[in-house]
Design a binder for this molecule. Structure first.
Ligand SMILES: NC(=O)c1ccc[n+]([C@@H]2O[C@H](COP(=O)([O-])OP(=O)(O)OC[C@H]3O[C@@H](n4cnc5c(N)ncnc54)[C@H](O)[C@@H]3O)[C@@H](O)[C@H]2O)c1
Length: 382
């Protein structure tokens, strides 16, 4: 037996909406015949694509075999068939639409950050809770193969006492003059919800909390390295938001996390995100898909001596962590879990409170930068 579930997908003509949520997640789940529930039934997502531009919506729907699309959000919300409201609009538009969806008693699922301020993120989390609505936020990095392998090592006690974590994230985003920028221009305008601290700290919060320990304090320096860029129409604009952030976090277990986030760095490492973890018993380095380890007993003896040729090939002194399982697209895996949460109350810990924690860390990072000091991260009370 197959049951259908109506999902309003708002902001689906955007970069994330189209590629990750529609094509890689919902369309892929539909092609597999829906999500298999524990009852043996299948739950088939039946999306209605919602946005402003009729031509774009129609073309997107036709290209991916979707029957329903609309420019009328109110009408889609008024239809009881649609049980879930999903939002991948630009961040500044998210809170208002989620409020409408809460009024309409829909289950809520959305991209991060859940709102542009911590206050509003927390308010949304409280509103859905009071309304008794199921809810969730995208925390896709947790489902990356490299990070799942890292989590496996932590759970196995591989590291011993966790000492430090170095996260290196970034790549060069073209300025838009002689090559188009590969990210939307709003990312570089503070007034439109842009900035790498707002974007990436929402990820770092759940990555750190879920894998390494609870974040207790933050020190952050933001920079706008490139202050003029060219937009999608070919017009120059002033970049008012930070395009790099150099941050340090202290965790409740004493570990220190350093995170460099940058859209103004050229890649000379194995992946766009690499995370090195050092512990008393061993170390690991994870990328998006791979993870390698060096145990205490396999640690070569390094000695400082620039007077001779380097006898070590350091990068060859690590062992690959095997996959041992199939890894599917992270966005899709999280969609499947959310759909099971809706259909059969399966656990789904990544709710709007978790989302609010991300916005909190971004806001405290910005405050740390502005005031040039360490800031404590208070616990959030529901
Ligand atoms: N999980 C992740 O890894 C990840 C990565 C990138 C972006 N994001 C988040 O996803 C969201 C979208 O980012 P994106 O890069 O896809 O942006 P985008 O600019 O490509 O897409 C934004 C979407 O919002 C819609 N929109 C913009 N203004 C609107 C308006 N006035 N009225 C109605 N619709 C409007 C656009 O039509 C488009 O569908 C952001 O909140 C961003 O933080 C998440």
């Amino acid at each position: 037996m197959t049951k259908r579930i109506g999902i309003i997908m708002n902001g689906v003509t955007g970069r994330m909406g189209t590629n990750q949520h529609l094509i890689r997640s919902i369309k892929a789940i539909r092609e597999e015949g829906g999500v298999l529930l524990s009852s043996g039934e299948r739950l088939l997502p039946d999306p209605i694509l919602v946005g402003r531009n009729e031509t774009k919506l129609k073309a997107l729907a036709e290209a991916h075999g979707i029957e329903r699309w609309s420019t009328n959000l109110e009408a889609a919300l008024a239809d009881d068939y649609n049980e879930i409201y999903f939002d991948a609009q630009t961040t500044v538009r998210r809170a208002a639409s989620i409020r409408q969806a809460i009024e309409a008693k829909k289950a809520i699922y959305c991209e991060k950050p859940t709102a542009t301020s911590f206050e509003e993120s927390l308010e949304l989390a409280n509103l859905v809770k009071e309304a008794g609505l199921k809810n969730g936020v995208v925390q896709d990095k947790l489902f990356l193969p490299g990070l799942l392998k890292l989590k496996r090592l932590v759970d196995a006690g591989f590291f011993g006492k966790l000492l430090s974590v170095r996260m290196e994230f970034g790549y060069w985003v073209f300025e838009g003059d002689w090559q188009p920028g590969q990210r939307p221009s709003w990312n570089y305008r503070k007034e439109d919800g842009g900035g790498i601290i707002v974007d990436m700290f929402a990820h770092w919060r759940y990555v750190i909390d879920n894998i390494f320990g609870e974040v207790r304090s933050v020190s952050c320096l933001g920079v706008t390295h490139i202050d003029e860029r060219i937009d999608e129409q070919g017009n120059p604009y002033k970049a008012t938001a930070d395009d790099a952030a150099y941050a340090t976090f202290e965790l409740d277990n004493g570990a220190v996390v350093q995170a460099n986030s940058s859209w103004t760095v050229r890649v000379n490492r194995d992946d766009l995100l690499t995370i090195q973890v050092d512990g008393t018993e061993g170390s690991a380095v994870a990328g998006l898909r791979d993870c390698k380890t060096q145990h205490r007993v396999n640690t070569p003896k390094a000695t400082w001596n620039p007077d001779i040729e380097n006898p070590h090939r350091f990068l060859d002194q690590w062992d690959e962590v095997p996959g041992n399982q199939d890894f599917d697209n992270g966005f899709k895996v999280q969609w499947e879990l959310f759909l099971k949460h809706i259909a059969e109350d399966a656990p789904f810990p990544w709710d709007l409170f978790e989302g609010a924690k991300g916005t909190q860390l971004s806001e405290l990072g910005l405050q740390s930068w502005e005031e040039r000091r360490w800031i404590e991260v208070p616990e959030i009370k529901a």
